[in-house]
Write a protein that binds this ligand. Structure first.
Ligand code: ATP
Ligand code: MG
Length: 404
């Protein structure tokens, strides 16, 4: 992509109407636009990051046998009355048709829509287990939406749901999902700072689990067990004061962001919707369900929040908008290399703009692409290569770029 043709421009100054570090950096880099509090649009660079996150998550979900679906945002009130959550779900957006005066929910989560769908397809023990997921926009009427991409009133979530004949089969799948989530954090560059965290389970199971990423901007607090490196959240520490894994009592207290949450629902939804299957003897049994969420906006905000320096963003390679940022200081001097990189299938943003070298260098640091390349009179036939995370530069041949 030629930067002269990019839809967006960078901003030198932090936007005045944005309190959060993550959105402030992302707005300055031209990744997102703040539509209003809690609602951000993805611009070309931001959408590229989003799509990469999406693809990693999709790949990992597919690897554990989940099939992709896409449900609606508009949902009937009746489904929410069936579970009692029309009144109990605090953040539910409710809208009324101006024509028919019928009430609808704008979906904050999809158990109320999916359980009746599953009822059409899960009839016998032969139909189990099953798992489906979607990557879809959610709506939540959040009280405070001041944390940029970390807490939106509209945001994207990957939500996975699983259906099982019994609790043991649910347990087995739940463990598999939990391992897969740890893989996802690693792949998106959050592996070292994200903790498997014990949280309270609500009405149907003793525990649920959260995935918490260490960050000073986080709204959550976790207690990391010094012995086994898993964490517990505030509710759990208040209740039992010891690590559920090793019984340890030494914890370090940290601020964190909840990037994912997994839950054993048991029969919480299959009961009100009468989702049952027939076992071998023809007996009708309620289906056991699990649900597993990851907030994509929140993950992107968390990466921006935890991976930056005073100059701007530092994208982990797997989710960077482009792998290379090619800068030229004389009009057209990098055009040949750009063309060759495109032919070789290398992902490159080419700064061909008519602006000063200083501006190009500052923008490259702000946008945070992993490898900066400079072609100038000084570099001759070689290319100057600098990693966004390094201070030093090296001179390389073109061939070297293909091996990175
Ligand atoms: P929180 O406690 O932070 O409000 P939650 O526990 O209500 O979140 P879940 O219902 O568990 O959220 O949703 C699954 C995932 O969706 C969360 O782990 C988080 O990554 C993401 N998420 C939830 N609410 C938001 C939001 N308002 N904006 C962005 N992402 C969100
Ligand atoms: Mg949660």
């Amino acid at each position: 992509m030629k930067q002269s043709e990019l839809f967006t421009k960078t901003l030198r100054e932090a936007p005045k109407d944005e309190e959060s570090k993550n959105a402030s950096l992302l707005i300055r880099g031209g990744f997102i636009y703040k539509v209003m509090a809690g609602a951000y649009a993805f611009l070309p660079l931001g959408l590229r990051v989003f799509r990469k996150l999406e693809e990693i998550i999709r790949e990992e979900m597919t690897s554990i046998g989940a099939e992709e679906i896409l449900m609606t945002s508009l949902q009937p009130k009746a489904n929410w009355e069936t579970t009692g959550r029309w009144l109990d779900f605090d953040a539910l957006f409710k809208i009324k048709s101006q024509i028919s005066e019928i009430d609808y929910a704008l979906a904050p989560t999809h158990e109320e829509e999916l359980t009746p769908i599953a009822k059409k397809h899960i009839v016998s023990y032969r139909d189990l287990p099953k798992a489906v997921f979607q990557i879809q926009n959610k709506f939540r009427d959040e009280k405070r939406a001041k944390a940029g991409l970390l807490r939106g009133r509209e945001f994207f979530m990957k939500d996975l749901y699983s259906f099982h004949a019994d609790a043991a089969d649910l347990d087995r799948y739940y463990d598999k999902v939990s391992k897969t989530y740890m893989k996802i954090w690693k792949r998106v560059g959050l592996g070292k700072i994200t903790y498997f965290t014990w949280a309270s389970g609500g009405t149907f199971s003793k525990y649920s689990h959260e995935f918490q990423t260490l960050s000073e901007s986080g709204e959550d607090t976790i207690y990391v067990c010094e012995k086994c490196r898993v964490a517990v959240n505030e509710e759990i520490i208040a209740e039992q004061r010891e690590c559920p894994i090793c019984g340890g009592r030494e914890f370090s207290k940290k601020k964190s962001i909840e990037v994912g949450n997994i839950f054993k629902l048991g029969v919480k939804f299959s009961k009100p919707f009468e989702l049952r299957y027939k076992d071998k003897s023809g007996r009708e049994i309620e289906v056991q369900m699990g649900c597993y969420g990851i907030g994509l906006n929140r993950v992107m905000g968390t990466i921006a929040d935890t991976s930056n320096d005073e100059k701007g963003l530092i994208w982990p390679e797997e989710v960077a908008p482009y792998k290379f940022h090619l800068l030229e200081f004389k009009k057209g001097s990098a055009a040949k290399i750009y063309k060759r990189m495109l032919e070789d299938g290398l992902e490159v943003l080419y700064d061909d703009r008519d602006v000063s070298p200083g501006e190009k260098l500052a923008d490259a640091d702000l946008i945070g692409i992993p490898y900066r390349l400079i072609v100038s009179e000084k570099t001759g036939k070689k290319i100057e290569l600098k990693k966004r995370t390094d201070k030093k530069t090296t001179l390389v041949n073109y061939e070297y770029l293909r091996k990175i």
